[in-house]
Design a protein around this ligand. Structure first.
Ligand code: NOJ
Length: 469
């Protein structure tokens, strides 16, 4: 099962989850620094990313892991407040620039292509204090930061992700309040943030397009989280509609405006409008784009970046009490098939990824697709011999092979989450997604390959799997 020549094999990390050095060399605080330092039990054992994997000082160790795997691509994120401590270009932290320059240069020297995410959940606290993603002012701030990154690193970085999983992020931060700033706005905050995230992404894509593309010749997209959903009863029309609504509310809500026509899916607009009406709102809780904004948003991605972990079954569940909630606006119940293997919140459903890729191909005009994250967690402590987990990766690669060969999916790059065990947000260090084990009790944070890392290295070396379909 040989993959197409030039197929990209990568691994991913994100700044706050691996770097540590939270206040080193002039870095400003991000919302995650504030949130974890406040304690209060919102993060597992009140753990923090203060040190994490220590990648801020241990980049050379990370590079060794990357070389050991033989990765062709490394996907990482920049810490906005390490570069611009108060979020603006009013003060630029040269030490931050130096750090990322070194990473980028070392990668290129070793023949590894960087895929760089500008923003992976860690907003500078100074910008959160001005309203964060609930405020329209963030669009201007994000564009200023993006332009700064394009002009500083874009001579060498050609594959950009503006925002990581804005769809999940909007929900967890401003709607549910489980991510910083930790204040829920049920049924309103998620949509308001979504609106500003889409506009900020589109604005920065236009900045790249008009100011940098000609000279730098790179590509810009955003990385959308997507699960796959199956109707609980495939013969039930209402379950089928429920599955369509679930896809619309979690994936298409971002993808349709950006890839198709600048506007939200009809079903999202009608659901939220009718719920809002029942609840006595004078207008829909989902904001509307102006015609000019729609034109600005449409077509602002050069490839489709998707992050897949899990699948679920769905069925219709009426919001009969008119609950005010982003999740209840969808009117679905979501649950795992009892026959699926469940690792923490991740159900092992490799064929779900193939179906998702087909959905993207059919819905979004056969785009070039990058899988910028995919992986399987282990509990803590985790055994270095993770043969079982490797089997899930192997099955996933088989599905990708079928997707490319049989379904003609335009898949170019696969990145495993994650290069290293790291800080898994509110779950702290309690679950481990790494290809390399990190000992968080040891001050030198040694990295040791799991069996999966050794096996992945073989796949990369052979550009595919042994055997036939
Ligand atoms: C999504 C996020 O982008 C990443 O930060 C997280 O660690 C993984 N998925 C696993 O949950």
């Amino acid at each position: 099962m040989a993959f197409p020549e030039g197929f990209g094999w990568g691994a991913s990390t994100a700044a706050y989850q691996v770097e540590g050095g939270w206040d080193a060399d002039g870095k400003g605080p991000s919302v995650w620094d504030t949130f974890t330092h406040q304690g209060g039990g919102r993060v597992f054992k009140n753990q923090t990313g203060d040190v994490a994997c220590g990648s801020y000082t241990l980049w050379e160790e990370d590079l060794k892991c990357i070389k050991q795997l033989g990765l062709t691509h490394y996907h990482f994120s920049l810490s906005w407040s390490r570069l611009l401590p108060d979020g603006t270009t009013g003060f630029i932290n040269q030490k931050g620039i130096d750090y990322y320059n070194k990473i980028i240069d070392d990668l290129l020297t070793n023949g590894v292509t960087p895929i760089v995410t500008l923003y992976h959940f860690d907003l500078p606290q100074a910008l959160e204090d001005q309203g964060g993603w609930l405020s329209e002012a963030i669009i201007e701030s994000f564009d200023e930061y993006a332009q700064f990154c394009f002009s500083t690193f874009g001579d060498r970085v050609k594959q950009w992700i503006t925002i990581n999983e804005p769809n999940l992020f909007a929900l967890l931060t401003y709607d549910l309040g489980v991510f910083p700033p930790g204040v829920p706005h049920h049924g309103t905050g998620g949509y308001q943030a979504t609106h500003n995230l889409i506009k900020a992404h589109a604005r920065s894509w236009h900045s790249y397009d008009s100011l940098f593309r000609k000279g730098q010749k790179g590509m810009v997209s955003l990385a959308l989280f997507a699960g796959w959903v199956e109707p609980a009863d495939p013969n039930s029309a209402s379950d089928q509609e429920a599955a369509q609504r679930a896809m619309a509310f979690h994936l298409d809500i971002f993808a349709k405006p950006i890839f198709i026509d600048g506007d939200y899916p009809e079903v999202v607009k009608s659901q939220v409008a009718s719920m809002s009406k029942k609840q006595g709102y004078p207008s829909s809780r989902l904001p509307e784009f102006t015609e000019e904004e729609k034109r600005m948003i449409k077509g602002t991605a050069d490839f489709f970046a998707v992050q897949y972990y899990s699948s679920r079954l769905v069925k219709y569940r009426e919001n009969d009490k008119g609950e005010l909630s982003f999740l209840r606006d969808v009117e679905v119940e979501v649950f795992p098939d009892p026959s699926w293997i469940k690792l923490d919140w991740v159900c092992v459903v490799p064929w779900g990824l193939r179906k998702l890729l087909n959905y993207i191909k059919d819905t979004y005009n056969n785009p070039v697709i990058y899988i910028t994250e995919n992986g399987f967690p282990q509990g803590d402590p985790a055994s270095l011999d993770d043969t079982q987990r490797w089997e899930y990766f192997r099955q996933t690669f088989q599905e990708l092979f079928k997707a490319i060969q049989l379904d003609k999916i335009n898949l170019k790059v696969y990145c495993a989450w994650s290069l290293l065990d790291n800080f898994e947000w509110t779950q702290g260090y309690s679950i481990r997604f790494g290809l390399f084990h990190v000992d968080f009790d040891n001050p030198t944070r040694p990295r040791v390959p799991y069996t999966s890392a050794k096996e992945y290295a073989k796949i990369i070396r052979n550009n595919g799997l042994e055997g036939h379909l």
